[in-house]
Design a protein around this ligand. Sequence first.
Ligand SMILES: Nc1nc2c(ncn2[C@@H]2O[C@H](COP(=O)(O)OP(=O)(O)OP(=O)(O)O)[C@@H](O)[C@H]2O)c(=O)[nH]1
Ligand SMILES: [Mg+2]
Length: 402
Amino acid sequence: MWQVGLVGKPNAGKSTFFSAATLIDVKIAPYPFTTVDANKGVGYVRIECVCRDFNVKDDPVNSRCIKGFRFIPIELIDVAGLVPDAWKGRGLGNRFLDELRRADVLIHVVDASGGTDIEGRPITPGGHDPLEDVKFLEHEINMWVFQILKKDWDRLAKRAQMLGSEIDKLIAERLSGLGVSLENVQRALQECGLFTKKVSMWDDDVIFSFVKVLRELSKPMVIAANKADIPQAEENIKRLREAYRDRYVIVPTCAEAELALRKAAKAGLIEYLPGDHDFKVVQPEKLTPAQVKALDYIRENVFKRWGSTGVQEALNKAIFDVLGAVAVFPVENEYRLTDHHGRVLPDAFLVRSGTTVRDFAGLIHSELKENFMHAIDVRTKKKLPGSYVIRHRDVIKIVTRK
Ligand SMILES: Nc1nc2c(ncn2[C@@H]2O[C@H](COP(=O)(O)OP(=O)(O)OP(=O)(O)O)[C@@H](O)[C@H]2O)c(=O)[nH]1
Ligand SMILES: [Mg+2]
């Protein structure tokens, strides 16, 4: 399952975001370092389900289909807050950084209201510049990788010199625990023009620039401009967008509203699906005056201003826009759209862009790949060769020899 890491300074709303997305109860509080041990859970990306295109009622197994929207699982990890110099062990140190090893993409939860200082201590909204938070977090993560690479650098450089051109493999090996692939190391070396530069000539500045590029490739990031319900956030979000338009996808979020809405929906008080642009009260008589007030607040300060709570959008953008994943629906019977148990459109999988149907067969089962003959595009019933690159919302049948 793809993993999304929630990062940021303390008190920004990471655990609130996590809880809203997973409906797992975790500790949330208005002071720094509420989270000590990482929380892990399952959240979902939301797409339009293909059941609509085929006009069928489906029986989802690995995912959920609600009102024609397919919710496909992803793993979320919520870690302790990060303070300046965490990479050196400050605050809760770099232990949590190690917990982000497996993350494919990060969502940087920023307190866009400027209501917490750089260490996460509460202050008057508008009192801190969230642009600083983006800068410092990039620096911390870069330093973390830099430090790991530097630890053994002399030995690594010597080995590289002896082996000639193997520097890419040596670096990838050194950083494999951080989820860094050989392909990304090669791309970063290329981009920094380092393939042709003798390793003994790389000084710290060169290594650091390389680490920056490598980190952007290996741990790409979406910014959740959180606490967007607070008036001071509006101006800050404008500034964040101006400053980082070219580098980051920025999504205004109100994690607290999403959490409240999902709990109210679970209790049957309202109708609301994550990612919706509004909600409907179904049992007005059951709402307490405080709940009525909270819902009014959300409508005024979140939906009317931003269109949604942004939590679903941040997850979707991380998986689809930043990682470029596509969703694919495999079936065994191309007429009934069923698996061998007769379940209609049971599964939806997220795969990397560029995945061919033959590769996809291998992801389901190695035997499927070995015996692969061709695939069928279930919409058109046309044959697809093994080299066909899967597109978003494809429904396919894999045909094997046996
Ligand atoms: N106004 C507003 N408050 C929020 C929002 N999201 C979270 N909060 C509040 O911010 C405070 C911190 O939330 P947490 O989710 O505990 O923050 P965290 O980033 O996990 O903090 P640490 O675990 O200490 O790193 C809590 O009081 C939340 O209720 C939001 O969208 N709007
Ligand atoms: Mg927390």
